[in-house]
Design a protein around this ligand. Structure first.
Ligand code: FAD
Length: 352
């Protein structure tokens, strides 16, 4: 059986960037991707998310960004990724869902059902989309209405004439309220903390500060916070109608969920048909558990370069923590290929 220099797990922006840079360095590798077709998590985004709604898709290395053509993000970005894989002859295998990576002494073994790949290093690029986060609230199991997470948002029509609670203080909550409020009977927006609104145009310095904050967290081995969530919220033209309807009046979190609605801190019951949880995602890294990478603080500690796991330098993490954005994922891919090359060189030097 062939032994690879690297196995890349996941073919979203981060995995494709890593594969491009590994190939440029002449490092043997394969990319294993759980989806049936190219596009990473973008192919699963809701239908009403257009290219004008997203913050921007950074160009993959050595290619032009898709820009903001008319069209849905869940078709434009997958087509861009598919072209990229073909143009650069990237060795992507799909569908292959990795369930475990084990440490077999000098090598790592990547398992997917009864198939295995032997490798000297791995680059993990599995994103967060498969790990929607649903916080626990008392009474959650007793709610008689419907509960949905962003991951399965069915579009605004589904909410017509319903009373909808939207939970979460990030950009997704703001976007979904913008779509749901004009058709719903009523909406209630609840967040744990006061939302942070941007008062000026997006400022790149603020973006860099946000990334630096998350970098600091992963350097200390803490669970990463979302980079896209710390850049501040802004309303766009398509959200003005919801704003006019008062949808962005934020309320503190409810105390508990009851069969017919949510119980607010002031004691009142807000009757609800649907609770829409826009409560984010967590890194999809359960398959790395056998490698025991987690620090005592609950996250995977990365080195100063930002992609190498301190607990095992054979493991690179891309699209994780500070690199969980399209631009961050691009850079992380290059850094991961460098980290792989460095490890292989160290092993060779030690053997001389
Ligand atoms: P993904 O695109 O999630 O790709 C992960 C890949 O790994 C998938 O193909 C999946 O099939 C595969 N995979 C997962 N588990 C396994 C497994 N066990 N085995 C094999 N394969 C596996 N960023 C921006 O820069 N601009 C934006 O406008 C923007 N908008 C966003 C909107 C939403 C709603 C969300 C949730 C995120 C947004 N982001 C945005 C963040 C951005 O999408 C990602 O950070 C970026 O695309 C990097 O993705 P990725 O490659 O890490 O992961």
């Amino acid at each position: 059986m062939e032994t690879y220099d690297a196995v890349v797990i996941g073919a979203g922006q981060a995995g494709l960037s890593a594969s491009y840079h590994l190939k440029r360095r002449g490092l043997s590798h394969v990319v294993l991707d759980a989806d049936d077709s190219p596009g990473g998590a973008w192919q699963h985004r809701w239908d009403s998310l257009t290219m004008h709604d997203v913050h921007g898709i950074a160009a993959l290395p050595d290619s032009a960004s898709p820009g903001t053509p008319e069209g849905r993000a869940n078709t434009v970005v997958p087509a861009y990724f598919g072209d990229y894989e073909r143009t650069h002859h990237l060795p992507v295998l799909r569908p292959v869902r990795v369930d475990r990576v084990t440490d077999e002494g000098e090598l790592l073994v990547v398992h997917a059902g009864d198939r295995t790949w032997r490798t000297r290093t791995i680059v993990n690029a599995t994103g967060t989309w498969t790990q929607p986060h649903l916080p626990y609230y008392p009474g959650i199991a007793d709610f008689r209405g419907e509960q949905l997470h962003t991951v399965s948002y069915p579009g605004p029509e589904h909410f017509r004439d319903k009373r909808v609670v939207v939970v979460g203080g990030g950009a997704s909550a703001v976007q979904l309220l913008g779509e749901v409020a004009p058709v719903a009977a009523d909406t209630l927006w609840v967040t744990r903390r006061e939302p942070v609104w941007r008062t000026d145009e997006f400022n790149p310095d603020r973006g860099r500060q946000a990334v630096a904050l998350v970098e600091e967290r992963v350097r200390r081995g803490l669970p990463p916070a979302s980079v896209v969530s710390v850049t501040g919220l802004a309303l766009r033209e398509q959200e003005r109608e919801a704003e006019r309807l008062g949808a962005y009046e934020r309320h503190p979190m409810f105390e508990r969920i009851e069969p017919g609605g949510v119980r607010l801190p002031d004691g009142g019951l807000w009757p609800a048909d649907v609770i829409l949880w826009a409560t984010g995602f967590r890194p999809a890294i359960a398959h790395l558990a056998p490698l025991h990478l987690r620090s005592e603080h609950g996250g995977i500690q990365l080195d100063r370069a930002g992609t190498t796991a301190v607990a095992d330098p054979r493991v690179q993490l891309v699209g994780y923590g500070p690199s969980a954005s399209t631009i961050g994922a691009n850079r992380a891919g290059r850094s991961a290929a460098r980290g792989v090359a460095r490890w292989l060189e160290d092993v060779r030097s030690a053997a001389r």
